[in-house]
Design a protein around this ligand. Sequence first.
Ligand code: SGN
Ligand code: CA
Length: 523
Amino acid sequence: MPFVLRLKLTIVIAACCLPLAGAEDSRPNILFIFSDDHAINSISAYRGPLAKVAPTPGIDRLAKEGAVFTNSFCGNSICGPSRATILTGKHSHKNGFMRNTSRGFDQSQWTVSKTLQKAGYNTAVIGKWHLKSTPLGFDYFEVFPGQGSYYNPVFIQQDGSKKRFEGYATDLTTEKAVNWLNSRDKSKPFFLMCQHKAPHRTFSPALRHLDDFNDVEIPEPPTLFDDYADRSATLAKNEMEIDRWFDWAYDAKVRKDERGEVTLPKPDRYGTPEYNRMTDAQKKIWDAHFGPQNKEFLHRFAAGGMYHKDVVRWKYQRYMKNYLGTVKAVDESVSTLLNYLDKHDLAENTIVIYSSDQGFFLGEHGWYDKRWMFEESFRMPFLIRWPGVVKRGSRPEELIQNIDYAPTFLEAAGLDIPDEIQGRSLVPVMSGTARKWRQSLFYTYYELGEHAVPQHFGVRTDRHKLMWFPKTREWNLFDLKTDPLEMKSVHNAPGYQDVMQSMIAEYDRLRDQYDAPEITAHP
Ligand code: SGN
Ligand code: CA
């Protein structure tokens, strides 16, 4: 049977089944596996520069059995806002959660979890939430307070109490997701958001993965030593460079009490909160890994044999090995959950998605962190398996955004999409029936200064990207075909004036379409 027919049939059956108590509900389950700050360059299904040294076989299984969306983006590259957009299908200015510092997410508004729950789905969210207010629209939740911790983390229980669990955050989140799958109401389809803390800063791997990259040299990005020329003056003012901002103890894991007489240059502001949370037995494993390597580094550094760039390179290797180490447990989580579906005969009727709240800089432009509209942080991974609807091994190229997730879930569940939703269901794209799709994406970043990233707004087509920096009143325009690394703005280049005018017009059209506030305006 053609998939469109099959889909329609599923929806009809679902609609018929809904009111009948006891009748089987055949609507698809939705398993949404989500992580925090996972850049596509560290997922091998995206075939990026790290695919060889750090493969992700668990996530790649989704690519083999489903689709990898190769042009998937967020609307505002920061955690809380991305999550609020996923729940509401709306850009930040419409759902009100514009910054991580925004007041608690307004739960009185429409959300996809409330709607699915009301329509008879058994719903749960486990792991990172980061929207401050108590989750609503979930039959079950167990979430981290704020950012959560990697080792022996605390989870907020449904009765509001806080409970500490011994173990590693990613493993515990997976375990709790599996426990919930076992104990859920099996007469209903489920919607489960399994949301990991990893690989967010402070990039702390499961202890079993600490040694995994010991003998590996991680390839450096070509822009590791970017000088920020030819772009907005705000770039050089960033506070997220591995060189000047990657903290020695906090990020690079060279603890103060390990250094003896050696003085390290700045930045050296923070301590090692994750280490302090460990049991003695856990610390022993940590020390066995980092201890000798730190000793060797400190010796070389003190002997004067390392020049400035050598130190940056050393920090980059240290950063990436830890970041990729945390990804390993996330990847194992995906495998565990897929195996669970197989074992319980759920794989055929469960939509599985892997995504992350935004991208991340893995040394590109010399950076860690995200926020900028540059490709590495603007892109979100999006892989989906849905047997019978999504073509196995497909790689759709349409421009998609996190506003599209909620309407996709609704269509999958056979529900109407309210007019107020700003995104579009991806079902026609993944089933190959979309006749007309969007040609451009709208971007907004409203935060006011963490990591010294300025507010900026913009539009991206498949070929060009326009950015507007209101504070410094600068435009930047990138030709992604001739300059994929975004090293030179061509907003003033004579050959680009027509493009510039049409991109400004497109930006204004999108501001109007999405009803964006004055703050995004330009003169
Ligand atoms: C914390 C991090 C930042 C990070 C933000 C936002 N510092 O403040 O480096 O950019 O979170 O991340 S840390 O010292 O607490 O690690 S987000 O994913 O939650 O948006
Ligand atoms: Ca994040």
